[in-house]
Design a protein around this ligand. Structure first.
Ligand SMILES: C[S@@+](CC[C@H](N)C(=O)[O-])C[C@H]1O[C@@H](n2cnc3c(N)ncnc32)[C@H](O)[C@@H]1O
Length: 295
């Protein structure tokens, strides 16, 4: 990570903060965390308070360790005047873990039941099928859906796939569509052969598939709906949010879904209790829900 080196070399003399034992998330002082949260909110409009502090403290500690800094109080005290460092810190806290066809059984359910159903609906209504991948990381999820749909659509079908993420860097990489082999381990060999080309140590997804997905920066806790969709995938993102924010996001997603539209969560995620009137479960194992018709 270039940000590690940059941060380590920057003018605040982080080396002056070198201390004894390696810093871990559990030791991250609340006081320093609160100062960092205030600075990031005021100066970068990044709402650290929306995320579970236990996860974010772990990431902050890892970042400071990578900079050789073990004094979070000192670090937080100097952060206010360092706009570039604030951006690097936010980038370092974003974890873009993903891979193509992550949880293959979920994609099997999409392929065999959900996508055929929504395609039928859009044909009946003569409308465009719209799919939104929220927190799309480097694009693996929306491209996986594009690879499935590519083989399912018939002449005259119209569809649009949108991927959004908070991280500009992740979106840049998503648009470029180059992946190391470990992110492609669930891609069937014939699909790999047909739709990817090897580029040094990476595989790039072909232009034909790249053109099927549009990427935008969007903060899902901004309370704005930027897209209306028939299927929303919001997987492995809610788990990082506090309970209040999970509810807020689920309400927003219900508002963004067409009546009867589908919501797909991550395998470790569930509906917050306050949102159970907004959706009903159609596949408990795969965490697939349907928006109730009347909100
Ligand atoms: C663990 S990845 C999940 C990727 C993919 N959905 C999957 O399940 O494989 C979570 C992604 O959510 C993004 N993210 C974090 N906070 C976000 C927010 N407030 N709005 C939109 N995306 C966010 C991160 O940048 C990261 O790329």
């Amino acid at each position: 990570m270039s940000n590690q080196t940059d941060a380590a070399n920057q003018g605040t003399n982080l080396s002056a903060t070198r201390q004894r034992s390696p810093l871990v998330g559990e030791d991250f002082p609340d006081e320093a965390y609160a100062v960092i949260a205030t600075i990031l909110k005021q100066q970068q409009n990044f709402d650290l308070a929306s995320y579970k502090s236990v996860n974010m403290k772990r990431r902050l500690a890892a970042y400071l360790r990578s900079c050789g800094c073990t004094d979070p109080l000192h670090y937080s005290a100097e952060l206010a005047d360092r706009a570039e460092e604030q951006k690097q810190l936010i980038a370092a806290m974003g974890i873009h873990v993903s891979h193509f066809f992550r949880n293959p059984s979920t994609f099997l359910a999409l392929k065999s039941r959900i996508l055929p159903e929504v395609l039928r609906m859009s044909r009946r209504q003569n409308s465009k099928l719209r799919i939104w991948s929220v927190g799309c990381a480097l694009g693996e999820e929306p491209y996986s859906v594009a690879l499935l749909l590519k083989d399912m659509v018939q002449k005259g079908d119209q569809f649009a796939i949108v991927g959004t993420d908070l991280s500009p860097d992740a979106l840049k990489r998503a648009k470029n569509g180059c992946y190391p082999v470990d992110r492609l381990k669930e891609v069937p060999p014939a699909m790999l052969e047909k739709y990817f080309s090897a580029q040094a140590q990476l595989y790039q997804i072909n232009e034909e598939i790249r053109q099927l997905v549009q990427f935008f920066r969007h903060d899902i806790i901004s309370e704005e709906i930027i897209y209306r969709a028939d299927v929303i995938l919001c997987r492995n993102l809610l788990i990082y949010f506090s309970r209040d924010k999970q509810q807020q996001v689920l309400k927003l997603l219900a508002g963004a879904l067409s009546p009867g539209g589908y919501l797909v969560l991550g395998r470790a995620e569930t509906l917050a209790p306050d949102c159970r009137n907004l959706f009903f479960c159609v596949d408990p194992a795969e965490r697939i829900y349907r928006r109730t018709v009347d909100l």
